[in-house]
Design a protein around this ligand. Structure first.
Ligand SMILES: [Ca+2]
Ligand SMILES: [Ca+2]
Length: 206
């Protein structure tokens, strides 16, 4: 369990190079940009992914605010994804170009750069969410193909078996050489007293 100190209203610093030097020492280390979450305990920066989502040759920054919507003593966690487009003018004033907000009954838990899984030259993003009931049913991973102008609807959805949860969705490249990027899915299937870890690979056949 992560301590609350990791969840508080902390700025997210994007550092050009650390090289074991103190963060605020006098040296040539440059801070590219500084962002912070929209409210306390939002978990902004809980996950960061770099991908070229709009296909312009510059890496874009995807940030997960894992506890977006949470109010201490009340709850209300939804989770939220922000995508900031990179480029020469990227700085602290850069606003997210795309956002995706979860819901209290469909909480965004994590996100992953899965590479170019539909072979169109744009990097694609995977978002993992679930229904926060005791059964943890309706585990879902949604795929958003890069190049789109919003995140309103996913391009592809995979539902996992009842009583499972995702450990990791991994970018593994074009594993079978068909021109489409493939994805490694690592999840746990909980059927007490047994608990099985499962890994399988998904990809699109040409
Ligand atoms: Ca880009
Ligand atoms: Ca793509």
């Amino acid at each position: 369990m992560k301590s609350k100190i990791s969840l508080i209203f902390m700025p997210l610093l994007l550092i050009l190079s650390m090289l074991f030097t103190p963060l605020f020492a006098t040296n040539d280390m440059s801070i590219i940009a500084e962002f912070q979450g929209e409210h306390h305990y939002s978990g902004y920066g809980n996950t960061l992914e770099s991908l070229d989502f709009n296909g312009d040759g510059y890496a874009d920054l995807a940030v997960l605010s894992r506890f977006y919507g949470y109010t201490e003593g009340v709850g209300g966690t939804c989770g939220k994804v922000y995508i900031y487009y990179g480029g020469p003018d990227f700085c602290s004033a850069t606003s997210p170009s795309l956002t995706l907000t979860g819901a209290t009954d469909r909480v965004i838990v994590d996100m992953y750069n899965v590479g170019d899984i539909n072979g169109d030259g744009y990097d694609d993003l995977c978002v993992y969410d679930y229904v926060p009931q005791h059964s943890r049913e309706d585990i879902r991973i949604r795929f958003y193909f890069g190049g789109r102008e919003d995140l309103d609807y996913p391009d592809h959805v995979i539902f996992l078996p009842w009583n499972s949860y995702v450990l990791r969705v991994s970018k593994i490249g074009d594993f079978d050489g068909d021109g489409f990027g493939d994805v490694g899915l690592h999840y746990v299937l909980r059927h007490p007293p047994l608990c099985r870890e499962i890994q399988y690979y998904v990809g699109r056949k040409s």
